[in-house]
Design a protein around this ligand. Structure first.
Ligand SMILES: [Mg+2]
Length: 226
């Protein structure tokens, strides 16, 4: 396992007024999404086309690669059209794997007790957000949700953060963002977000991988507000 080169110092919680949290891989176990895209979808595609799973998987992974980091990648309707399958219904099939990551609930409880607004910022499709809320009850802790589909830009691009700042009036110098994707943290930082936190252990079935660019944590116990 690699080690973080930017240790998490005690965060200045007296300065941090707004907490932005990613959903998949940050609050929820990325294992679901991983299984869904790498197994459930290729399996259904193989059945539909009558081709071996390995061929279906290779074909699907190539299609994924062509739109990584774009809004289309996160758009279930796009996948339904491209693959000619009912992707939202397939999600229901794997929904038993949707789970809140360990130590998330005490962190959210603490933020709620301290009356710190919790804003969910996600690239997930609104259907996926609704399904995940239904399975986990996560919405009980969330004050506001911003989906990239509504803002018209994925979190990987400056447009998302510019729109978010305009709509919410948040002060980036007083804002924390926890996310499992370095590219997203880097873009948010370029837009002034002062406290980027990298989630090093997004998938419970894979070993942690620490960021070498951002403070990187295994779970929220490491940044619990006092
Ligand atoms: Mg994520």
């Amino acid at each position: 396992m690699n080690q973080p080169s930017h240790p998490v110092l005690p965060l200045p919680w007296q300065t941090i007024k707004t907490v932005l949290l990613d959903m998949d891989g940050t609050l929820l176990d990325l294992h679901f999404d991983d299984v869904f895209f790498r197994q459930t979808v290729p399996q259904a595609y193989a059945e539909k086309k009558g081709i071996p799973f390995a061929d279906a998987r290779a074909e699907i992974l190539a299609v994924y690669k062509s739109c990584e980091g774009t809004l289309a990648w996160y758009d279930l309707d796009h996948w339904s059209r491209t693959l000619e399958m009912d992707i939202p219904r397939l999600k229901d099939r794997a929904a038993h794997l949707i789970a809140i990551r360990p130590h998330v609930v005490p962190f959210l409880d603490k933020l709620k007790t301290q009356r710190r607004p919790v804003i969910l910022v996600t690239n997930a499709h609104p259907y996926a957000v609704a399904l995940k809320f239904k399975k986990t009850g996560l919405d009980a802790w969330i004050d506001t949700i911003f989906c990239s589909h509504d803002l018209g830009h994925p979190k990987e691009t400056p447009g998302f953060w510019q729109s978010l700042k305009k709509i919410t009036g948040l002060r980036p110098e007083e804002t924390l963002l926890a996310d499992d994707m370095e590219s997203i943290l880097a873009t948010s930082q370029s837009q002034g977000i002062a406290f980027p936190i990298h989630m090093a252990f997004p998938n419970s079935q894979q070993p942690p991988r620490f960021s070498q660019r951002f403070p990187s944590i295994i779970d929220f116990r490491e940044i619990m507000p006092p």
